[in-house]
Design a protein around this ligand. Structure first.
Ligand SMILES: NC(=O)c1ccc[n+]([C@@H]2O[C@H](COP(=O)([O-])OP(=O)(O)OC[C@H]3O[C@@H](n4cnc5c(N)ncnc54)[C@H](O)[C@@H]3O)[C@@H](O)[C@H]2O)c1
Length: 443
């Protein structure tokens, strides 16, 4: 069975089903289709499927032409139906793993996808879970579902965890260049997954278990979370000491070893960094271990929008103004530069806080045309519907204070600083600006 599946993969006869065609699933589906595999992109979002069927991309890193080409060639087959799993040899799960209201793991998307596969499991088949989750999920949640069908893992079907490591908006690290970790339930599972992923990724690294692979992903993201918290806290410390944190970072970078730069900001956003550490903490809590470092990091990072709010209050105070009634323009609301993903964006939390204080908040972000109450963290229905404002002289002149929350490359920083009076820069984006009209305050 294993040799038969490997042969199908090696000859590209194997058909692949990717469940969840989002930021992770779509690039993966396109990469396999470009390699000559038949790929079903299975997504329960009818709108996304219709877009793909028309050859349109909704993800900035995947150019329209790439999607169009593989759809026209009949290699990328978008669908809302799980029935295609009957004919696939490989199923890859790339659905979301968010948190519940109480900031606990929400595995319902993984469970739904896994049940959809289990109902149609046949032999031989490879199943790879790529969604980030706590150590043990693949073995404890997925494996029993599949075994119920009477098939044997490592013999009749093959199950692995293989974390996704893409970095949206980062052209320097394309999917094919990012080494892929694979952890199988058995060594045979890892071997089959190795054959598959090495068709599209230069370096595939097999680790000893699915659990280890799950931990590697959380370990990497928790590392970022803790270091971002460290630099966020140091930015507050430096402010108290009258030292420029950005100059400190540049200075530290000159060492060349033993130091990796991280940068402060208005908080932490996206579907990974602020969420994944909670998967680990929650799991450890269940085992009776109270993890402290991530808890502290979380407290620091979550406080940053409040800290920026405090800075904005002080700046307006210097002008003799209050937040209540002031016009605040937020530049950039995506969670990081040059992308259109607003999930968990700290800019949205900051806007919410400013609105609570009765400031008149408006924003400009060419990547995010509109915001609805459900986009904000509290999702209160009373929150406004907002549209991104054209960034022109009129928009800038309306603002008592401009807060740069996300440093998109499309912003002309010199021009902005020449056309407004007060700027609070949370990303050091105005560093190259000279002799401008605005008074610029930095984090
Ligand atoms: N976005 C990133 O940069 C990134 C990077 C590495 C890892 N990850 C991880 O990858 C996973 C996916 O993240 P994403 O950013 O691609 O999410 P996403 O929301 O962009 O995409 C998920 C897709 O799955 C679809 N979906 C949800 N439930 C489904 C179901 N039961 N059946 C079929 N389709 C379903 C949604 O409609 C959506 O299109 C998460 O676990 C995330 O933590 C994300």
């Amino acid at each position: 069975m294993m040799q038969e599946l490997k042969r199908k993969i090696d000859t590209k006869e194997a058909k692949i089903g990717i469940i969840g065609a989002g930021y992770v699933g779509l690039p993966l589906a396109v990469a396999f289709a470009e390699e000559g595999f038949y790929v079903f992109a299975i997504d329960k979002d009818q709108e996304k499927v219709e877009h793909l069927q028309k050859g349109k991309s909704y993800i900035e890193d995947i150019p329209q032409e790439e999607v169009k080409k593989v759809v026209e060639e009949g290699l990328l087959l978008p669908t809302v139906s799980y029935d295609v799993i009957d004919e696939v040899d490989v199923a890859i799960i790339t659905v979301p793993t968010p948190l519940t209201r109480y900031r606990e793991p929400n595995l319902s998307f993984i469970e739904e996808a896994a049940e959809g596969i289990a109902e149609r499991l046949h032999s031989p088949m490879l199943i790879s879970l790529e969604s980030t989750t706590y150590p043990g999920t693949t073995e404890e949640k997925l494996l029993p579902l599949f075994q119920k069908r009477g098939l044997k893992v490592g013999k009749d079907f093959f199950l692995v965890f293989s974390p996704e490591r893409i970095n949206p908006g980062d052209a320097q690290h394309p999917l094919r260049e990012i080494p892929k970790i694979v952890g199988g339930i058995t060594p045979q599972c890892g071997e089959v997954a190795y054959s598959l992923y090495s068709k599209i990724i230069k370096k595939v690294v097999i680790v000893s278990s699915a659990k280890t692979a799950e931990m590697i992903k959380l370990f990497e993201n928790a590392f970022r979370y803790v270091n971002i918290a460290y630099v966020n806290e140091m930015s507050i410390v430096c402010k108290k000491l009258g030292i420029d944190i950005w100059e400190v970072i540049e200075g530290a970078k000159t060492k060349g070893f033993g130091y990796i730069p991280f940068y402060p900001g208005p908080g932490v956003g996206g579907h990974c960094i602020p969420i994944d550490p909670h998967y680990l903490r929650w799991h450890l809590k269940g085992l009776g271990h109270n993890e402290l470092l991530l808890e502290i990091a979380d407290a620091i990072n979550m406080e940053m929008p409040n800290y920026v709010l405090g800075m904005a209050t002080d700046i307006l105070g210097e002008m003799g103004k209050a937040l209540n009634g002031s016009n605040i323009l937020i530049l950039g609301v995506a969670y990081k530069k040059d992308i259109s993903d607003k999930r968990e964006s700290p800019a949205l939390r900051l806007m919410e806080l400013l609105i609570e204080k009765k400031a008149n908040v408006f924003y400009s972000d060419p990547h995010i045309p509109k915001l609805e109450p459900k986009d904000f963290p509290s999702q209160k229905p009373a929150l406004p519907h907002l549209e991104s404002q054209e960034l022109d002289e009129e928009t800038l002149s309306r603002a008592d204070l401009v807060i740069l929350a996300t440093d998109h490359s499309c912003f002309d920083y010199q021009w902005i600083a020449d056309n407004c009076d007060y700027i609070l820069d949370t990303r050091n984006a105005f560093k190259g600006v000279k002799n401008c009209r605005a008074k610029i305050y930095k984090l």
